[in-house]
Write a protein that binds this ligand. Structure first.
Ligand code: PMP
Length: 419
């Protein structure tokens, strides 16, 4: 565009922006919460036991005990992680709590006895594929673990760099991974990436762990979504079962906040971890575990239930993606991927504009995830990544937010061109 064209485009956008400001919008696309209709899909949980509190082995689930969970819950949720049902622990309502507990345990108690505690060393570091999940990074920051960003592409973390860093620096004790419909890019790790993650245990020290957060394992939006290779099978092949912890939950299957979380690892790791758990709790909420088994029943039951979620999510994702494509496609003002599942659309502005776009949106009542949140220490060196989470608002609000968002991107881009 010529300078005159840029100026007139800027004025046109500025007046559209002003018009939006006058509408006093109150829109929010910040967190990946399931919508109200989504959580309502599991309302049958309430009362589903109909007074029968007895587990398959005769346990009265109303009482204390069973630190590692009910056998029928293990059988059900091991299908989500693709692990045997004797290599899983069923926890409380939050996989994030399990992740925090594992990191804290490895740091202060030691996965393989006191000598192995990471905290014995002055420096403890984690690899953090970016963009990634802010709450993973918050765990590291809270526990004083230094974070090293590693770039990702459509196949997952760049494994050449991961392997190079892990072999060069023994202070690196772990890596965060969200392997299917990654938060926020939506990518699905390739088979090669997963095999190489499984092999890290042979490159790194004995106390290195892959924190494999499979939060979106069954959260397909489009039937054509790629499947995920089975990490554990690669671990068995390479003899590295103890270098991996896998996590999942039903937070975005049933009730976020009142679901069931689970974790898988080698028998040795799980037995150390269970002992550690025993200091925190006499046992998890087995009533809720049994309710979940009754509602979801089997892998096929979970898939059928997830299809109902997909029906609600599909139009919301389609609305955002169609607006991005029609308004920004081919303009060079942004890049994004079309996820086949999960909860997010990851958008990259031109370098240096993410904060400005988020601020422009906030000023007209559109809340977006803070720029930088997808990077360790909130520091996106390119200042370009913005995470969009379209699940919670109504379809109408998602559409309105997407329109306001593209306007802010255009305005910020044209301002940059005029500077
Ligand atoms: N992991 C990832 C990658 C997530 O996106 C989320 C929710 N946003 C969680 C974990 C939280 O899981 P939970 O509710 O089981 O603690």
């Amino acid at each position: 565009m010529s300078a005159a064209e840029l100026n007139s485009e800027f004025e046109a956008l500025q007046s559209q922006y002003q018009a939006l400001a006058e509408r006093n919008l109150a829109l929010d696309l910040t967190r990946g919460k399931p919508g109200t209709e989504q959580v309502a899909l599991s309302d049958a949980l309430d009362g589903i036991l109909e007074g029968d509190y007895t587990a398959a082995n005769g346990t009265d689930v109303r009482n204390y005990g069973g630190i590692d969970g009910l056998a029928e819950a293990k059988a059900l949720f091991s299908t989500v992680l693709g692990t045997p049902d004797n290599e899983i622990v069923i926890g409380g309502n939050s996989s994030l709590t399990l992740m925090y507990t594992v990191v804290d345990f490895a740091l202060s108690v030691g996965l393989r006895g006191p000598e192995s505690a990471w905290g014995n060393s002055d420096e403890v570091k984690f690899l953090c594929p970016v963009p990634g999940y802010d709450r993973h990074f918050a765990i590291c920051e809270h526990l004083g673990i230094e974070m090293i960003p590693v770039p990702m592409d459509e196949n997952g973390p760049l494994m050449d760099e991961v392997e190079k860093r892990v072999s060069a620096d023994p202070a690196i004790k772990g890596i965060w991974c969200v392997p299917r419909f990654s938060n926020p890019t939506g990518c699905v790790y390739s088979d090669d990436t997963i095999e190489r993650l499984a092999k890290l245990g042979n490159i790194a020290g004995d106390d290195f762990i892959v924190m494999y957060d499979n939060a979106y394992a069954v959260h397909t939006i489009n039937a054509a979504a790629p499947a995920l290779a089975n990490l554990r099978e690669y671990c068995v092949k390479h003899g590295t079962e103890s270098s991996v912890f896998q996590f999942g939950s039903t937070s975005k299957v049933t009730f976020a906040g009142a679901g069931v979380a689970f974790m898988s690892s080698s028998a040795a790791n799980l037995s150390a971890f269970k002992e550690h758990l025993g200091f925190q709790s006499i046992g998890p909420d087995k009533v809720n575990q049994l309710r979940h088994v009754k509602l979801l029943q089997s892998a096929a039951g979970i898939a059928a239930h997830m299809e109902k979620h997909a029906e609600l999510l599909r139009p919301r994702f389609a609305a955002v993606l169609a607006t991005l494509e029609s308004e920004l496609g081919g303009t060079g003002m942004g890049e994004w991927l079309s996820p086949e599942g999960g909860y997010f659309i990851s958008f990259n502005t031109r370098p240096g504009l993410a904060r400005e776009v988020v601020k422009l949106a906030a000023d007209i009542g559109v809340a977006l995830t803070p720029a930088g949140a997808t990077y360790p220490y909130g520091n996106d060196p390119e200042d370009s990544n913005i995470r969009l989470a379209p699940s919670y608002p109504s379809l109408e609000d998602v559409q309105a937010t997407a329109e306001a968002f593209v306007l802010c991107v255009k305005l910020a881009s044209i301002r940059q061109a005029l500077r």
